[in-house]
Design a protein around this ligand. Structure first.
Ligand SMILES: Cc1cc2nc3c(=O)[nH]c(=O)nc-3n(C[C@H](O)[C@H](O)[C@H](O)COP(=O)(O)OP(=O)(O)OC[C@H]3O[C@@H](n4cnc5c(N)ncnc54)[C@H](O)[C@@H]3O)c2cc1C
Length: 298
């Protein structure tokens, strides 16, 4: 990540209260701003024929703090409500497709994963620069030989005393030349150059879940426990690290052996309820913990 540590705030006095406006007023102001920039002060048809947007127009757009809708309040944003994110995307799409793509990349490909998986210190720094200094971010996953097959990507990182060294080749990245920060998908390698397992789980290293034979071997292992020990169900730790189609396949096959198996997942991914009956999530646990602490204080 490029961490431009700008500290001056790009906010104009007019904007300091934008965050506090109810959403209908916030979005109306933003729409009016776009109309002014695209239709009243410039020729929208001329702009549509150019690549990118002139700097002054881009600044005018970003002065309306559109990306604050995708940032949590604790980091200076409006709260990351889906409805507000979609409202900004709709307003942008009405005027300019490239603008809507630009917001889509920032919101869905950068801010959402950062909010979900980023460390607090990183989030504080990066998100404050989004709010105050109009910074942007993009996502690098695709590699020249591994587009759809992203799980086989070759880009890797090694930890060194100064941080991380990343080595690999990426292409197709949206916001190239514009993003101040990048999320880069890379795999861990140890000092000997071997790919590392997630955490210390060397037994699951480089399992290829896209291989049907691998899938069937895992399901057969699960069948063994039902057949020989009549177990009541399965608890899957970090279920979402294994693709959902695998779990659906596993459940379908195992249900034929025993229809009332219980499927419990450790996951934050709601889609996994297609295969699992119940889930436990750390986010929920921490939220409940915080709620109880606040309740205890009052
Ligand atoms: C406008 C644009 C913006 C993009 N922005 C980003 C970005 O910001 N960040 C990023 O990381 N990437 C980005 N991408 C890359 C995009 O996500 C990749 O193009 C995508 O992952 C496909 O990879 P590929 O082009 O290498 O195609 P390939 O993986 O080579 O696939 C080529 C074709 O084969 C088909 N195919 C592939 N595998 C299979 C299979 N197993 N079975 C059947 N058919 C298959 C695919 O559907 C496709 O039709 C962007 C692409 C575009 C066009």
């Amino acid at each position: 990540m490029n961490t431009n540590s700008t500290t001056n705030t790009g906010k104009s006095p007019e904007n300091t209260s934008l965050n506090n406006l109810p959403f209908d007023q916030f979005i109306t102001k933003f729409e009016q701003r776009l109309v002014g920039l695209f239709e009243e002060n410039n020729d929208i048809h001329e702009l549509s024929c150019q690549r990118g947007l002139p700097k002054s127009i881009l600044k005018g757009i970003m002065d309306g703090e559109p990306l604050s809708v995708a940032i949590q309040q604790e980091y200076g944003g409006r709260g990351a409500h889906v409805k507000e994110c979609l409202g900004v995307l709709a307003a942008a799409s009405y005027q300019s497709l490239p603008l809507s793509l630009m917001f889509g990349i920032n919101i869905a490909l950068f801010l959402e994963p950062l909010a979900k998986y980023g460390e607090d210190e990183v989030k504080k720094h990066v998100l404050s620069n989004f709010v105050a200094n109009q910074h942007m971010g993009g996502l690098m996953i695709t590699e020249p030989a591994y587009g759809s097959d992203a799980l086989n990507m070759k880009t890797f990182y090694q930890k060194n005393e100064n941080g991380y060294h990343i080595n690999g080749e990426k292409h197709w990245q949206g916001l190239t030349g514009m993003a101040d920060y990048w999320l880069i998908a890379a795999r861990a390698k140890d000092a000997q150059g071997n790919f590392k397992a997630p955490y210390d789980w060397s037994d699951v290293i480089q399992i290829d879940h896209s291989n049907p034979q691998e899938q069937q071997a895992m399901i057969d292992a699960m069948k063994y426990w039902v057949q020989n020990f009549d177990i009541d169900g399965f608890r899957a730790d970090l279920a979402h690290l294994t693709p959902l189609p695998f779990w659906i396949n596993a459940r379908t096959q195992l249900s034929e052996m025993k229809h009332n198996l219980i499927w419990l997942a450790e996951t934050e991914e709601i889609d996994y309820h297609e295969a699992f009956d119940i889930s436990f999530t750390w986010r929920w646990m921490h939220a409940a913990e915080a709620f109880c602490q606040i309740s205890a204080q009052h």
